[in-house]
Design a protein around this ligand. Structure first.
Ligand code: SAH
Length: 395
């Protein structure tokens, strides 16, 4: 194994178990490891700190596979890591009454850059970094054996691959071609998932628990489900007895799937409204027409990819929340989310407070929401918390 030696005083994050080592912290590498190859990491004193994956083209030059003494990074190593990830989730399918879970959550499961969702018999995964690409054949073999899944589909069409010197790639990795529609369920709500054409690995499992909680506020109310994607919150709300549901999304394929998901749950296709458009414009149009709703859901995409985009993102969140809050009828509910890792829960709360102030409404938080529990967080990797939400009463 090649050895990367850190600069003096730059070993503290690694000693505390943080999985990332930036190029600026590395003093020397004693050769030219291949893309993603494991390297031994030593402190300036020579002490061994662990083994990580080498990303020669990325600012994050090493991601740690293992902390402590030198160990082979081989199939047996990945078998153990994957078995541990599955053990954490052993009771979750039953606990959350679902057949769809995030079974590998990258850094938080000690497997940097590897994100794998299970939809029934189908695994759908992203291999985002050089080390993940290097480990891919072993991960695929082990996970097919451990889960007994019928298919493993790859969705490594992620922007981050370019920073790692990797091309984007999608397609079948193992097993049989997955069906066009995989029907999953969250409690008694059904959703069709298309792992080939859907966003990310096909679907947003991270909102599962929030969909359940928010839907429990929907009975008898007019529900506005913005950034609906394939219907998520709105279909759950309809199933929970909403008076009406209006979905808004910019993507026609997402709304086509939302229609399918509506009928999958026993409702007529015209039982809900599917509005294709830009949420910012559609919210203004509702305001101008004096429309209001008893429950408004705001689940925008990531507005900030990096910390430098935080200011722009904050304006986006402020705008959408201001427009959204204005549409909530007196005594109604607001569920508002941010999935930008760069926006902390405190910052998000401040933005919503400013929006409420500008809207001239009294907004009280009844519950803070987070990414679903199968999207585990490592204590040593606070960057892993990205999705946060506020469920609010609006006066
Ligand atoms: N709430 C969804 C997930 C939302 S993902 C769920 O529970 O599954 C974000 C969605 O916002 C995507 O479907 C994307 O197409 C949509 N989107 C992004 N920008 C938009 C805009 N300006 N107006 C409307 N929709 C937008």
């Amino acid at each position: 194994m090649f050895t990367a030696t850190l600069k003096p005083k730059r070993d503290r994050p690694t000693r505390l178990g943080h999985p990332w080592i930036f190029s600026g912290a590395i003093d020397a590498i004693d050769g030219t490891p291949a893309l993603g190859e494991p390297v031994l990491v030593r402190a300036a004193s020579g002490e061994i700190l662990g083994v990580g994956a080498w990303s020669p083209e990325s600012q994050i030059r090493i991601r740690m596979w293992h902390f402590g003494k030198e160990t082979p990074i081989d199939e047996a190593f990945f078998h153990e890591k994957l078995a541990a990830a599955l053990a954490v989730r052993a009771e979750m399918a039953t606990r959350f009454n679902t057949n769809a879970l995030r079974i590998v959550n990258a850094e938080a499961d000690g497997l940097p850059g590897i994100t794998i969702d299970q939809y029934g018999d189908v695994l759908s995964g992203q291999f985002a970094i050089a080390g993940a690409e290097w480990a891919k054949p072993m991960i695929v073999r082990e996970l097919m054996a451990l889960t007994g899944a019928k298919s493993f589909y790859e969705r490594s069409d992620v922007d981050g691959r370019a920073r790692e010197g990797l091309p984007q790639t999608t397609g079948l990795l193992a097993g049989e071609e997955p069906p066009e529609q995989i029907v999953i369920h969250e409690g008694d709500v059904k959703f069709g998932v298309d792992v080939r054409k859907g966003h990310k690995t096909g679907y947003y499992l991270d909102q599962r628990e929030s969909r359940r909680i928010v839907a429990s506020y929907a009975a008898g109310r007019d529900v506005l489900n913005t950034f609906s994607y394939t219907g998520g919150f709105g279909v759950a709300a309809q199933k929970a007895g909403a008076k009406s549901v209006t979905h808004v999304d910019i993507s026609a394929p997402a709304l086509a799937q939302a229609r399918i998901n509506t009928t999958l749950n026993g409702f007529a296709e015209d039982s809900a409204t599917f509005l294709q458009g830009n949420v910012f414009q559609e919210l203004r149009a509702f305001r101008d027409r004096g429309r209001s709703f008893g429950l408004v859901i705001l689940d925008p995409p990531k507005f900030a990819d990096t910390r430098s985009q935080t200011m722009k993102a904050l304006r986006g969140y402020k705008d959408v929340n201001l427009l959204g809050i204005k549409l909530v009828e007196k005594g109604g509910w607001l569920a508002t989310f941010s999935c930008s890792g760069a926006i902390t829960p405190e910052l998000f709360r401040t933005v919503v407070a400013e929006a409420a102030h500008d809207a001239g409404r009294t907004v009280r938080i009844v519950q803070e929401l987070r990414q679903a529990p199968d999207h585990v967080e490592a204590l040593t990797f606070p960057e892993g918390l990205y999705l946060k939400g506020l469920l609010c009463h609006v006066e």
